[in-house]
Design a protein around this ligand. Structure first.
Ligand code: SF4
Ligand code: MG
Length: 336
């Protein structure tokens, strides 16, 4: 029998015209997802993209896979139901900072604690794009928007920190403008058996241009972005001349000439306390860089595996039963 022809990125692109604004970071994420999928050994009919509402939620239209453009903020609930009943499918949630953290914040945190084997890609552009530029839960203090003309006064969510706090077993942060890093994070998210949360800093050139410029601009990226790799010291700078050392739980920037290699913080993505530090701490500390990479990885049973096991045990005790008997129940009554 002939071997099936290997799929390419083009095989995963649908015939729909992509309708995002010119220069939108969403194009890069779409391209990287379409590039990575052929390397995962899946057939198109085994993959489902579920989205909510927002610019990024147009994503399923552009994929030549199964997909569902669901309701605002509810993609995690739809994906959990799908994965529970069809665990053999590769299920991906596409959401944004508004869809995933505001309208759908509740659904997202419950996906994390349940641990369905679903990959969540959260396009974080720190703004509502589709509705023309209002504050989102990740907008930074002082940001002038349609709904905060005098500047935002609210503290934003740290999406990665929120996911860790809600029990996500895989938490990563990456950028639209670092395609290689994004592809590697996507591969790791797919491999992780449980909910994988990938926060993607995504530039919205129309309503919040340059929000992540410090991490992508050639002049500043080396000193503002640190790429954490498992088992390696946290280092950054033009020539990797700076590192992070922990004083108790307090990170300090050091010159690597001023300390020995084993004094530096070695990234261990199994350590949840340190993952919280990586996700949260750096944001308020101007001297410290923002951290990208897989911050945390922990394997535990998935929701669908636990449900299947529970069902198997109950059926072993009580048999398969009949739907009609189930619907009638055992404690019905007659109204006279
Ligand atoms: Fe992209 Fe912003 Fe346009 Fe939405 S509004 S498509 S996020 S550039
Ligand atoms: Mg947004």
């Amino acid at each position: 029998m002939d071997e099936p022809t290997p799929l390419t990125a083009e095989d995963f692109a649908s015939d729909q015209t992509v309708k995002w604004c010119p220069g939108c970071g969403d194009y890069s994420v779409l391209k990287q997802v379409q590039s990575v999928l052929p390397t995962l050994g899946l057939r198109r009919e085994e993959i489902v993209f579920v989205s909510g509402i927002g610019c990024s939620s147009r994503f399923p239209y552009y994929m030549n896979t199964y997909g569902m453009h669901s309701i605002h903020g509810r993609a995690p609930a739809v994906a959990t139901g799908l994965k529970t009943t069809r665990p053999e499918l590769s299920v991906w949630v596409i959401t944004g900072d508004g869809d995933g953290l505001s309208i759908g914040g509740n659904h997202l945190i419950h996906l994390f604690r349940r641990n369905s084997d679903v990959n969540v890609l959260l396009f974080n552009n720190e703004i509502y794009g589709l509705t023309k530029g209002q504050l989102s839960p990740t907008s930074r203090p002082g940001l002038h928007t349609q709904s905060s003309p005098l500047g935002s006064v609210s503290k934003p969510f740290n999406a990665a920190g929120l996911a860790l706090g809600a029990g996500a077993g895989f938490v990563a942060r990456t950028l639209d403008r670092n395609p290689k890093h994004l592809r590697e994070v996507l591969r790791q998210a797919h491999r992780h058996p449980g909910t994988s949360f990938v926060e993607i800093y995504q530039n919205c050139p129309v309503f919040n241009d340059g929000a992540f410029k410090a991490f992508t601009d050639k002049q500043t990226q080396a000193t503002h972005a640190l790429y954490a790799e498992m088992g390696k010291p946290l280092r950054f700078g033009e020539k990797s001349e700076r590192g992070i050392r922990l004083e108790g739980l307090r990170p300090q920037v050091v010159s690597i000439t001023d300390c020995t290699a084993d004094e530096l913080w070695i990234h261990d993505s199994r350590d949840k306390v340190k993952a919280q530090l990586l996700a949260q701490y750096f944001e308020d500390e101007s001297e410290l860089p923002q951290v990208f990479g897989v911050l945390y990885k922990e394997e535990r049973p998935t929701y669908e595996a636990l449900i299947a096991e529970q069902r198997r045990q109950v059926m072993a005790q009580r048999g398969t039963g009949k739907l009609d008997d189930l619907l009638r129940g055992t404690d019905g009554w007659t109204v006279t």
